[in-house]
Design a protein around this ligand. Sequence first.
Ligand code: PHE
Length: 337
Amino acid sequence: MKDLAMIKKAVMNSIEHAKTLEALDDVRVKYLSKKGEISQLMSELKNLSPEERPAFGARVNMLKQEVGDALAKKKEAIEDQLLMASLAREEMDVTLPGYQFYSGSIHPLNQVIEDLEDLFIGMGYKIAEGPEVENDYYNFEMMNLEKDHPARDMQDTFYINEEILLRTHTSPVQARTMLQSQGKPLKIICPGKVYRRDDDDPTHSHQFQQIEGLVIDKTISLANLKDALLKMARHLFGENREIRLRPSYFPFTEPSVEVDVSYIKKDGTTGYIEILGAGMVHPNVLKMGGYDPEVYSGFAFGVGVERIAILKYQIDDIRHFYTNDLRFLNQFKGDVR
Ligand code: PHE
């Protein structure tokens, strides 16, 4: 019985100090396997008196049970520890900042277009579109420029054949939208590419973009045009800007104006720089579009997107917009509005 107590002390001590599953199994083998110290105790029975045997046997079995339980408990504890350690190793911190990956950006011309679309949509305009490969009919004739009209020379273009050309301005979308609207009031802007036979240089490109505006209703006056354009100029360049309307000529508007926006020169005085062409829709254009010019009136404007971007971002060569040099484009990252 005294041996039993000593063995119990020793085995419990070994279990407690076992650090790994392997060490724990060594303890099990040492005491509980067939040749193990506890199993061997049974062979001591023969050295005991018959009266002592049952009590001793019961004690040995109890010890076996206790050691078995202690081993199982310790095994669980070690496994828990292992699990916690592996979880700690594999832990990931979702709050760590991500790594910077390469992303593109919105092209400065598209930034200008989207910005103006937002502005005009906010004023109740709809976005209209038309084809870049256009009929002479819509590009010129419906815009009050009949076949041999001398003002066609203002916009020399690329002809596909006698009747089909690359549109020289977004104004043909005026005609298309008027016909679609079947005499009802309308309020649209139309961004898009246009083409002219120009030699490319820092201020000219054979392909560029415009935004056309057209409003038709019963009471539209030049004052409405001026109001819309002033809002646009201030939205683009700042609330302290003014606009100036100068008389001009377009076959599809009467009167026609060229519109300048004010800026402060280096010497502190105010200067004006041209940003767009506009005017009151010519009665002939209204008539061809299905509107009675005695009842309806309208204004129209056409603004060059590149011109706005050049002024807004102080760009020295229009060709920067088209050559896709990342050193140029990356300067407009995150500059949306
Ligand atoms: N279509 C003209 C151009 O491209 C601009 C414009 C549009 C002028 C609408 C008046 C009215 O030069």
